[in-house]
Structures are given as structure tokens and as C-alpha cells.
Design a protein around this ligand. Structure first.
Ligand code: HEM
Length: 492
């Protein structure tokens, strides 16, 4: 042994006993069968068999980084959230970017919304804002989400994503027209996670110290500038460097080029909601900035890579139900469904004590509750009493709800989302199309037609329903798309 070797620590078993030979299995004689007493071998193989946890049912593919959120303008007139209480105040954050449909090993450079899941480690607990890089979404009711995702994922028979399923669902779900127009436009494939905006997408509630409340929508504008890939560029990159976006994020932080976003909200006084021209709780609609301008209040910078991707990214958990005082949900039915879905997914995917892991637990305060035990409980509560009320000095409730109560009326039932004066499923998709320059319109038609043309030749009805939604959004949009699809299908 060299001196260097002598300095190296001893390899051990899980129980800490020294390992004598990590190269050769113990056998009955030279060349004989393995012995059951080689517990080191069994321990190693058994642990290896259990290395994976279930991947996220959506957004499986992603990358994350820690950062700092800094308040840049006073918003205390609108929210009493402590981490937003002072200009200059800083809060540690963790942000996980993702694609939606691909599995864990999928390529990054694909046409798909990007997840923008942000955890603020505030002194009043962790606040999670689980958004996307798109201001809207495909559907407006949580009950449609599993069906929608089934069409984006693998077909039960072919095991692949199928154009038939995707366009069948979208054609039969006209509310998707706005988001689909967005997705097949230039911003549908960001060049990197750094060169795209983020959105809270849903409407949320802010409540101030006086108890007044407001409806808000979050916007994160990239300070790196928007950069996108064309379909052709993306196809090439996805093949050459499937990890392109993950690598770009890590390497830019390693170089000290910390990506940042300027953070704003649109603020709607509570009294406006009932008569606003669009249903303010409909996730398929934006609030035009002319109606509610952006109010800038912060800067988000990512400045530290996780050390261990499995521990900190794969096991990270974000839930739209993680609010802090002064911030709460809106009655958006998609959001309401999400308030259940995420924590439930975490219990299954990571386990009942997922909130104890370093990336997930509060960093600026301590979680004090009476939940105990379960798989991998580490005994952190020691001898503390595990019930409430108690007379042993245990934690007590505040009596103050996190967000403002809101009035409701009517009867229970499976109601459709209320329609406001200018609401329909096509108006904002048409507005978006008409905003595009001629070049972008051409690329949009090319991207959409390329995919719609893949629908099976005996399912013209699916093609017709899909195209008809864009026709209803804008006659020129529909006509050009129909011609392009027809041309491509002739060539098949
Ligand atoms: C009712 C509709 C929805 C349901 C039921 C739903 C459900 C889920 C579930 C179960 C996960 C996996 C969670 C995990 O295993 O940790 C997930 C991940 C995610 N969802 Fe949704 N989702 C919905 C809509 C949305 C919308 C509208 C957005 C964005 C505005 C969104 C953004 C995300 C993001 C960013 C992630 C990844 C979080 C992470 O990085 O860990 N989802 N969703």
C-alpha cells in the first residue's frame, strides 16, 4: 500500500463493518456457486434494486436550482405575507423546471409547456408557487386533467404518444384552443430554462393586514431575454444533447452567470371580479395588461446548484396548497383540484415523511405539529408530546386564517364554469393569432399542420374538429391551417 492509499477511508457495509473484497463474490470453492453468507453481495444487489422511486406522473423530467428572492417594491397594501413585508428583504428559494409529458429520461428540447415550480423558504413556512412558462392552460376543470394527460402520454396499445389521441381530445375540448395556439407558436420550445418567462397561471388571493383582499396573477419575466428554438433546431438538439436544458442551467450557475427574473403581479380588486369581462378564475384566459397592468415587486435569482440531483431534485415536492399568511387560493376549479393532487402525489411518490427532507422542510422556521412516525421517521420530535390541546407547552393555533373568507351563493352541483360578458373558448386564441407577425403565423401553421397531419387517414373527423376550433378563433387561421393539413395529408 502507498501512503496515499493508507489515508483513504475503509469501505464498509450499510452497518459500518469493513468490506474485505468488493470485487469477488464469496463462493463454495474456486469457481463454485455463491454462498448465502456473502451478505455484502445481497445487500448491494438489494439496495440497487430499490434505487428508483416512482417518477412524477407528469413533469417527470426536470432540473432545479436554489436562489434568492428579493423584494424590490412595497406591496404591503395588498398582502401581509411576511417575506414581502419590506423592500430589500431576501428569501431563499428552490426552483424546479420541467417538461410535462416526457418520462424521466426524455429529451429537454421538445414542444411542451415548461414547469416553473418555485419554493420560497419563508419565516412563516414554505410558500410554493407551482406554475408553468405559459400564462394559461389547456383545460379549466380538474376533473378533465387525468384524461388530458392520458392523451399526452403513451397510448395503452402502441406504447407511444399518438396524434389521434392528442387531437381527438383537443378537438373535443375547445377551451384548449388558446393554450394550443400558444404552444405551437414561437414560445412553444424555449432555447433553455433561463430564456423563458414563468407564470403562476392561476389567479391567487392576496390579503393585507387590514383584511382586504385582492385577486392576483404572478409573472416572472426573464432578464436573459426570451430565446426559442424552431421545431427543426429542437429536433436536432434533442437528438444530439437530450440533457440540453438541464446542462445549460447547471453550467451557467457554475460559471457564475446567475439567471434572474423580474417578478410582477397583476392585481384585481376583489369587487371587480363579478363583472370583469372574462371569468377571472378561468385558467384558459389571461387578463389583458390594458385591464390590469403589471406591478413589479421582486427579483428572483438562481445562484446555487443542488449537490445531489436525486436527493434535492427528484425528491423535491411542491404543492399549490402550501400557502403562507396573506396568500391563498382563488375559486379557480383547476387550482382547487390541484390543492388536493400534489400532496397526495408526494405521499405516494416520496413517502409520508417527504416534508422532513432537507430540500422540502422549512429553512427559515420550524414545522411544529403532532404528525409522527411512518416510514423513515427520524425521531426528530424526541420526547415532545404528540397531541393537542396539551398543558406541556406544545404549539397552539393562531385563530387567524391564512387568507380572507369569500362569499358564496347558489346550490351545490357539477356546474360549468360561469361565463362572463366576453367569454368564449376562442376569443383569446384569435387575439393571440392576430398579434403574431406574418413569419410567426407561418411557423405556427407549419407546426400545427405537421402534427395534425399525423392523425390516422381514416379519422378525418378528428382532423376536422381540430381545425374547426382554430377556424372559430380566426377565419384566416382556420383557412390556412386547413390548406396546410390537406397538402401534407395528400403527400402521405
Ligand atoms: C387539475 C389540474 C392538475 C393536476 C391534477 C395536476 C397534478 C400534478 C401532479 C400529480 C404532479 C406531480 C407531483 C409530484 O409527484 O411531485 C404535477 C406536477 C406539476 N404540475 Fe401539475 N397538475 C395540474 C395542473 C397543473 C397546472 C395548471 C400547472 C401550471 C400552471 C401545473 C404545473 C405543474 C408543475 C410545474 C409540476 C412539477 C412540480 C415539480 O417540479 O415537482 N400543473 N401536477
Amino acid at each position: 500500500m502507498t501512503t496515499q492509499d493508507e489515508l483513504r477511508p475503509t469501505l464498509t457495509t450499510e452497518a459500518g463493518a469493513p468490506v474485505a473484497d468488493n470485487q469477488n463474490t464469496e463462493t463454495a470453492g474456486v469457481g463454485g456457486p455463491a454462498l448465502i453468507q456473502d451478505q455484502q453481495l445481497f445487500e448491494k444487489l438489494a439496495h440497487f434494486n430499490r434505487e428508483r422511486i416512482p417518477e412524477r406522473v407528469v413533469h417527470a423530467r426536470g432540473a432545479g436550482a436554489y436562489g434568492t428572492f428579493t423584494v424590490t417594491a412595497d406591496v404591503t397594501a395588498y398582502t401581509r405575507a411576511a417575506f414581502l413585508s419590506e423592500v430589500g428583504k431576501q428569501t431563499e428559494t428552490f426552483l424546479r423546471f420541467s417538461t410535462v409529458a416526457g418520462n424521466l429520461g426524455a429529451a429537454d428540447a421538445v414542444r411542451d409547456p415548461r414547469g416553473f415550480a418555485l419554493k420560497f423558504y419563508t419565516e412563516e413556512g414554505n410558500y410554493d408557487l407551482v406554475g408553468n412558462n405559459t400564462p394559461v392552460f389547456f383545460i379549466k376543470d380538474a376533473s378533465k386533467f387525468p384524461d388530458f394527460i392520458h392523451t399526452q402520454k403513451r397510448d395503452p396499445y402502441t406504447g407511444s404518444q399518438e396524434a389521434d389521441n392528442v387531437w381527438d381530445f383537443w378537438g373535443l375540448s375547445p377551451e384548449a384552443t388558446h393554450q394550443v395556439t400558444w404552444l405551437f407558436g414561437d414560445r412553444g420550445i424555449p432555447a433553455s430554462y433561463r430564456h423563458m418567462d414563468g407564470f403562476g397561471s392561476h389567479t391567487y388571493q392576496w390579503q393585507n393586514e387590514a383584511g382586504e383582499y385582492f385577486w392576483v396573477k404572478y409573472h416572472f419575466k426573464t432578464d436573459q431575454g426570451i430565446r426559442n428554438l424552431t421545431q427543426g433546431e429542437a429536433n436536432k438538439l434533442a437528438g444530439e444533447d437530450p440533457d440540453s436544458h438541464q446542462r445549460d442551467l447547471r453550467e451557467s450557475i457554475e460559471r457564475g452567470e446567475f439567471p434572474s427574473w423580474t417578478v410582477s403581479v397583476q392585481i384585481m380588486p376583489a369587487a371587480d371580479a363579478a363583472d370583469y369581462r372574462f371569468n377571472p378564475f378561468d385558467l384558459t384566459k389571461v387578463w389583458p395588461h390594458a385591464d390590469y397592468p403589471l406591478v413589479e415587486f421582486g427579483r428572483l435569482e438562481l445562484n446555487r446548484n443542488p449537490d445531489n440531483v436525486f436527493a434535492e431534485v427528484e425528491q423535491s415536492i411542491f404543492s399549490p396548497s402550501h400557502f403562507v399568511p396573506g396568500i391563498g387560493p382563488s375559486p379557480d376549479k383547476m387550482l382547487q383540484g390541484r390543492l388536493f393532487a400534489y400532496a397526495d402525489a408526494h405521499r405516494y411518490r416520496v413517502g409520508i415523511n417527504a416534508d422532513h427532507l432537507p430540500v422540502n422542510r422549512p429553512h427559515a422556521t420550524e414545522a411544529l405539529h403532532n404528525h409522527r412516525d411512518g416510514h423513515l421517521y427520524d425521531g426528530r420530535h424526541g420526547r415532545r408530546k404528540n397531541y393537542e390541546p396539551n398543558s406541556f407547552g406544545g404549539p397552539v393555533q393562531t385563530g387567524r386564517p391564512l387568507w380572507a373568507p369569500t362569499a358564496v351563493d347558489g346550490v351545490t352541483g357539477t356546474h360549468e364554469a360561469p361565463s362572463h360578458a366576453e367569454d368564449n373558448d376562442f376569443v383569446q386564441a384569435g387575439d393571440l393569432y392576430r398579434l403574431m407577425g406574418e413569419d410567426e403565423k407561418q411557423r405556427l401553421i407549419g407546426n400545427l399542420s405537421g402534427f395534425i397531419a399525423k392523425v390516422s387517414s381514416d379519422r378525418e373527423d378528428i382532423v376536422e374538429r381540430a381545425v374547426d376550433n382554430f377556424r372559430k378563433a380566426d377565419a384566416d387561421f382556420g383557412r390556412r391551417l386547413e390548406n396546410a393539413v390537406r397538402e401534407l395529408r395528400k403527400q402521405r
